[in-house]
Design a protein around this ligand. Sequence first.
Ligand code: PEP
Ligand code: CO
Length: 465
Amino acid sequence: MSIIAKSVNPIQIPSKLEGEEWYPLSWNDKKLEQLPAYPDTEQLQSAYNELRALPPLITSWEVEALKEKLASVSEGKAFLLQGGDCAETFDACTAPKIVNMLKVMLQMSFILVHEMGRPVVRIGRIAGQFAKPRSRDFEVVNGQEMLNYRGDLINSYEPKRDARQPDPRRLIKAYEKSALSLNFLRALSDEGFADLQHPEQWELDFMKNNEYYKDYEAMVNSIHKAINFMETITPNTFSTLHKVDLYTSHEALNLYYDSAQTRRVPRKPGWFNLSGHMVWLGNRTKQLDGAHIEYLSGIRNPIGIKAGPPFDLEETLEVIEKLNPNHEAGKIVIITRMGVDEVEKYLPTFIRAVKQEGHPVVWSCDPMHGNTFATGDNVKTRRFNDILEEIKTTFAVHRSEGSYLGGVHLELTGDNVTECVGGANGLNESGLNLNYETYCDPRLNYEQSLEMAFLVAKEWNKSYS
Ligand code: PEP
Ligand code: CO
């Protein structure tokens, strides 16, 4: 059966059941934003079928466990750390990068746990974060107009017209890269990573010039003491030291990718996206009658909703209601990304309205996407201080509204890149080109990320300890 579709690439509906309105491809007759047409619908169909037949990356039990943990965040009993690359790339699927990412997320979470005395839920922007929304469809390179790069899941970064065409084989390749990353992450998390808690793994010297160095050093010493103590009393049985939970997440942007892995599982109602534990709705695909909302309204995974300028309160409330009509706790993470100067304008009324509607959401702050700018040399960057100030202001607004800011959403890497300016090491604009790697947005590096975790914990303590 084929359908008359508003999507430019209408593909067949293998999973529609009689009498059901929603099915993994029901978005196919809605308007699809932020995805250029594939030149060949048949090739797309064939890649879709292939992807659909592959085993899932994760399980429905894991999805449900994460939802429970997020429910406890929404009650103020835990904290959410979500972080990773702006966009993963196929080439960066390597052992050192994966190890460094797990290491930085783990060490940040230790800092948060230690300072807050609450469990921390870790979610990576990893193992599927390959597609990007763009503000422009086209760009001109060397006098040639071509489609913009939209992430390795869709086209190539290489500035050639052909390479920029959407290629359906990338759906399979992205899935394979995600599987490889996740396989290694799981292996590290199961056994090999307990080492990272040991003192020689913490690189601290960069903090020496920071006003908080003494506090920071004391904190790391105290983390080590606690770990040594637990290892001494329960050398082999203290399982959380040997097993690390890192959940995966990505923006549900290329709906062909997400819907091909959306399935039913035995003995549970509903549909699960089994390509990532949590997915989020980007700030540019929030059209109420659009394809992305249609797709997300049918899955049982936790869903992030980015919220920032251009911000429309009524529309955002409708989106939340549509994605969580039963007001299930742990289902919705509102990720505010207002920009440091806009938080006070939008957030207080937003918090009040969500409270009034009775939505049990997790509030998280993405202090990255509202604070990007280009230097005089046209290098895309962010200031450490703007990022920190947005976090501080967001905590302050939640504090005065009596609500719980339960998480942060950061673009970061465990590598020593030079993409954001500022931080204890004082990276300035002229240093950006030393090790600027990202094809998309600038990330906090290892040192900036640890410092940020420490400062986030300080802010949290002002509000909730
Ligand atoms: C992102 O998280 O990489 C992103 C594009 O964010 P937003 O949709 O908030 O702009
Ligand atoms: Co980004």
